[in-house]
Design a protein around this ligand. Structure first.
Ligand code: F6P
Length: 324
């Protein structure tokens, strides 16, 4: 018998989708079912909360999507939820459906939404950090980051083949918004000649110094994060200023990094964090993000979460050693 106060959980995915979200959904529902808790899914992120677009979730139906990228609940970036009126409608939806607790899977925009929502809504919230950007503090890795990096590597490896054949300079732009994590990880793993990230102020100088002497006898790979203050096009013209003879191409990997089957690490992260949300609610904790730090489950209060995940000294050292 369910003796807990929580009998019915609502769940939604929000912001940019990330591989592993379906695994997390499956784990949430599975963990809830064994505790006699019903789960309803709100479709299209906060939009579904505003519009009462709700579906019952069963673990046996979600099981077959564990391996699939994207999110079966759909997602959105909701402008309406940014307004108080939208949040009030969402609150009504929770009341109509008799939801006792709400679990969100999403990135920093989702957190900001939850923080604002907690001011008018008194049920417990839990968040799973789901974004390919790895830009959230309180967890070593966000859900989807590992898969996105694997996708980036797979594609940059292919670019290297053609770059080597033509002795070309390639600038490959990767996603990450304001965070250089995808660029650092993918750049290091493809043996890039230079890696440019928003967090570093010196990387362009290093790159220009290096490419000045590039003799077009090999490929020269530059991985640049989309959030870097200078951007792929400007990097290209700066390179041509210091070495006018280079044969240069730009490739932007774009949304391909968000799709595809989740990696083993992301499936596992989804399962661990999904189960952790339900356990955390049963321990009567609220308004926390569940993450993994040093391979241990870690809870971070919402107010401490909305901070950029810093690039640590060790990563900077690797960047200087290999990517500068
Ligand atoms: O936050 C995930 C992310 O993929 C970022 O890396 C990127 O800047 C942004 O979303 C793209 O958003 P959209 O899909 O809305 O264009």
């Amino acid at each position: 018998m369910n003796t807990n106060k929580i009998k019915h959980i609502g769940v939604f995915t929000s912001g940019g989708d990330s591989p592993g979200m379906n695994a997390a959904l499956y784990a949430i529902v599975k963990a809830a079912e064994v505790n006699d808790i019903k789960v309803s899914g709100f479709r299209k992120g906060y939009e579904g909360l505003i519009d009462n677009d709700v579906v019952p979730l069963k673990s046996h139906e979600l099981q077959k999507f564990v391996h699939q990228g994207g999110t079966v609940l759909k997602t959105a970036r909701s402008k309406r939820f940014m307004e108080l009126d939208g949040r009030k409608k969402a609150f009504q939806t929770l009341r109509i459906n008799k939801i006792d607790a709400l679990i969100a899977i999403g990135g920093d925009g989702t957190f900001k939404g939850l923080l604002a929502f907690s001011e008018i809504c008194d049920i417990p919230f839990i968040n799973i950090p789901g974004t390919i950007d790895n830009d959230i503090s309180g967890t070593d890795f966000t859900l989807g980051f590992d898969s996105a990096v694997n996708t980036a590597i797979e594609n940059i490896d292919k670019i290297r083949d053609t770059a080597e054949s033509h002795n070309r300079v390639f600038i490959v732009e990767v996603m990450g918004r304001d965070s250089g994590y995808i660029a650092i990880h993918s750049g290091l793993m493809v043996g890039a000649d230079a890696i440019l990230i928003p967090e570093s102020g010196k990387d362009l100088m290093y790159l220009l110094d290096k490419v000045k002497n590039y003799d077009s006898e090999d490929a020269f790979l530059v991985v640049v994060s989309e959030g870097d203050e200078i951007g792929a096009e400007l990097v290209s013209s700066k390179i041509k200023e210091v070495n006018p003879n280079v044969d240069l191409r730009i490739t932007k990997l774009g949304h391909v990094q968000r799709g595809g089957n989740p990696s083993a690490l992301d499936r596992m992260l989804g399962i661990r964090l999904g189960v952790a949300t339900v356990k955390t609610l049963l321990r009567e904790k609220e308004n926390v993000m569940v993450g993994i730090l040093n391979n241990q489950l870690h809870l971070t209060p919402f107010k401490d979460v909305v901070k950029q995940h810093q690039v640590n000294d060790e990563l900077y050292e690797l960047l200087e050693l290999f990517g500068n």
